[in-house]
Design a protein around this ligand. Structure first.
Ligand SMILES: [Fe+2]
Length: 443
């Protein structure tokens, strides 16, 4: 009886060892594929030490600095194939499935392997787990380093690239032009275009020929965003226009489609014909105006971050409506950076806030300060969008406008198209990872 039991135990042990070793090697492989810090991992061994544990946290020493990690955070972030589907890369359980009292098993539940891998055997299964088992998680020191600070997390997502705020003098020194063929066929040059579009918020593509080539420019970044104006839309002077853009009138600084729940982040305007008198385009960096406000008048900045402004489009059988503040911050960012601006006077509806309160007047004063900054010609880049040029700009950052033109003097025909900023950010991260992968994290 005893011998078969010993054999069974040994068998079970070897199966368990085998399972762990499969799990370990596949996890290692997956981390190596997914982790952006491959290079660091290969070239720069990050030393890991266990300092202490308590009921809720482990304290680790990574390259001589201490960091605390919550057990629930670690269990929630397990990267093994039982926790993350190998094919879809999707998480297979909920954060809320993790018991509040989860921690490593007593005694041998936590260990550092090879000076750079944290190994944990958990003391409990997930809530509602059908087959309770002892789960093992492994964390590479590079992964732990990534999640040690918000700065590192931000960098690992390629989200730490700063914006370069500009005024007229500054932007006129920068070459924002790229040839159409370079944009379409050279990954390196396309990447340069993406970087400029991120940093300054706008670029110009030259020698764009053909009525539908703008669609190819958009699709180099992502799917075209269809709206009720169509897949693409023509900005030309027409009778009975459904939008002021389709007239020859002056069109003041604005952003498009702020009456949508999710206005498109990127706008393309391709000049197919432009030989009229007048009709210059001009652009303003609204992020810079907001930053000046943040510096010079924090109270005005704050009220623009919160006071509700309503936008609508109620015309031609459509009724769109949305309310939002003028400045929106990314509250999760390290530097409390501006996420986007909402400013579009032609599409404002009557205010729907309680305008009997004193905040309304405070808001109007702040709004006028913001207006003064963007209307200052020293802050505006003005140009004629020549035939075969296409401007691409961030619709939630760069305000755009057009001077009046004489419709009898010639023809002006721009073709416009949108895509979402998600597509742009996706391409920027993918190309950054290709051409300028993160080489070091600062601890
Ligand atoms: Fe517009």
């Amino acid at each position: 009886m005893l011998i078969p039991r010993i054999i069974r135990l040994l068998n079970n042990f070897s199966i368990r060892q085998k399972q762990y070793s499969i799990q370990f090697s596949s996890l290692y492989r997956q981390i190596n594929i997914e982790n952006s810090f491959n290079n660091i991992h290969k070239n720069n061994q990050i030393q890991l030490e266990l300092k202490s544990v308590n009921d809720t946290h482990v304290t680790l020493i990574i390259n001589n600095k201490e960091y605390k990690y919550d057990w629930i955070f670690l269990r929630d972030s397990c990267q093994c194939h039982q926790c993350i589907d190998l094919s879809t890369k999707q998480k297979l359980y909920n954060t809320t499935d993790i018991p509040l009292t989860i921690s490593p098993q007593q005694q041998t539940g936590i260990k550092i392997l090879n000076n750079n891998i944290l190994e944990i055997y958990w003391n409990q299964s997930l809530l509602n787990e059908k087959n309770s088992h002892i789960h093992r998680s492994l964390y590479l020191s590079t992964w732990l380093q990534t999640y040690s600070t918000l700065k590192n997390i931000t960098r690992s997502r390629y989200n730490d690239r700063p914006f370069i705020n500009w005024n007229r003098n500054h932007i006129q020194q920068i070459n924002l032009h790229i040839q159409c063929n370079d944009y379409l066929y050279s990954d390196q040059k396309f990447y340069t275009a993406l970087k400029y579009l991120h940093d300054y918020g706008l670029i110009f593509i030259d020698n764009v020929q053909g009525e539908f080539t703008v669609e190819r420019l958009v699709e180099r970044i992502g799917e075209i965003r269809h709206t009720f104006y169509g897949k693409t839309w023509d900005v030309r002077n027409i009778q009975q226009a459904i939008n002021v853009a389709y007239t020859s009138q002056r069109l003041g600084l604005h952003m498009d489609l702020l009456y949508f729940e999710a206005p498109p982040g990127l706008q393309f305007l391709h000049s197919l014909v432009n030989n009229v008198n007048g009709g210059a385009s001009y652009y303003v960096d609204a992020f810079r105006a907001a930053e000046i406000l943040r510096q010079n008048d924090p109270e005005a900045f704050e009220i623009l971050c919160s006071y509700p402004v309503t936008f609508h489009y109620r015309n031609a059988g459509r009724h769109y409506h949305f309310t939002r503040p003028t400045i929106v911050l990314n509250r999760y960012s390290l530097d409390n950076r501006i996420d986007h601006i909402n400013y579009s006077p032609p599409f404002q509806a009557p205010f729907e806030s309680d305008t009997s309160k004193s905040e309304f007047r405070k808001f109007i004063r702040a709004f006028q300060y913001f207006r003064d900054l963007i209307e200052d010609q020293n802050n505006q880049l003005e140009l004629i969008l020549e035939k075969d040029q296409c401007v691409i700009f961030q619709n939630r950052r760069i305000l755009h406008a057009r001077r009046e033109f004489d419709p009898l003097s010639g023809e002006r025909w721009l073709k416009g198209c949108y895509t979402d900023l998600d597509n742009f950010k996706d391409r920027l991260r993918i190309f950054q990872e290709k051409f300028e992968p993160i080489s070091a994290l600062e601890l």
